[in-house]
Ligand binder design. Structure first.
Ligand SMILES: [Zn+2]
Length: 176
């Protein structure tokens, strides 16, 4: 039985669900679908029109920018992986494949010349910081040394991501 107050809450909840569905649809259209050609300002405008707050719209616009960047980088991440597989081979014992998965999943964030974070592959909020070396247990124990650093999957993922980034810049330079 709905009391008037509960009915209002129910209607508000419905409204929010519809809004979050609309926001989700705009995100998908801007990244994968019919609105891939929209610039970020147009994405923001559509979100505000759908009823999102300015803060929420800004957050989704940032997510769209990240997703588009990762899409553009994806072929170069594969190229970087192929290069690394030749030079590292079995030395890193399966870690390179896991690093590829992390890089493709958008887990890597470059923060500076020698500073990056990698989201844990186990999901959740765990983030490893690679500042010189990674602070994960593998880096501190078993990981083999590459370029004078323990090559855990997080460190390898950062190297793949940086290499992909420079391959993409080179390609764009040649095209331009
Ligand atoms: Zn690590």
């Amino acid at each position: 039985m709905f009391t008037p107050n509960a009915t209002t809450q129910f209607e508000q909840a419905q409204g929010r669900a519809e809004l979050s569905q609309a926001v989700h649809n705009i995100y998908l259209a801007a990244v994968n679908g019919s609105r891939k050609d929209w610039d970020l300002e147009a994405v923001g405008g559509a979100l505000l029109t759908a009823g999102a707050t300015f803060e929420d719209a800004q957050e989704v616009v940032d997510l769209v920018a990240d997703a588009r960047r990762l899409q553009a980088l994806t072929p170069y991440i594969h190229q970087a992986y192929a290069l690394a597989a030749v030079s590292l081979g079995p030395k890193v014992n399966g870690r390179l494949e896991r690093a590829l998965e992390l890089a493709l999943a958008g887990a890597v964030q470059l923060l500076g010349e020698d500073l990056a974070t990698v989201r844990s592959s186990k999901g959740g909020d765990e983030v490893y910081t690679i500042n010189g070396a990674c602070n994960c247990p593998d880096a501190g124990t078993r990981a083999p040394q590459v370029n004078g650093r323990p090559a855990c999957k997080h460190q390898l993922a950062v190297w793949l991501y940086r290499k992909a980034d420079s391959l993409m810049c080179e390609a764009l330079t040649w095209e331009g």
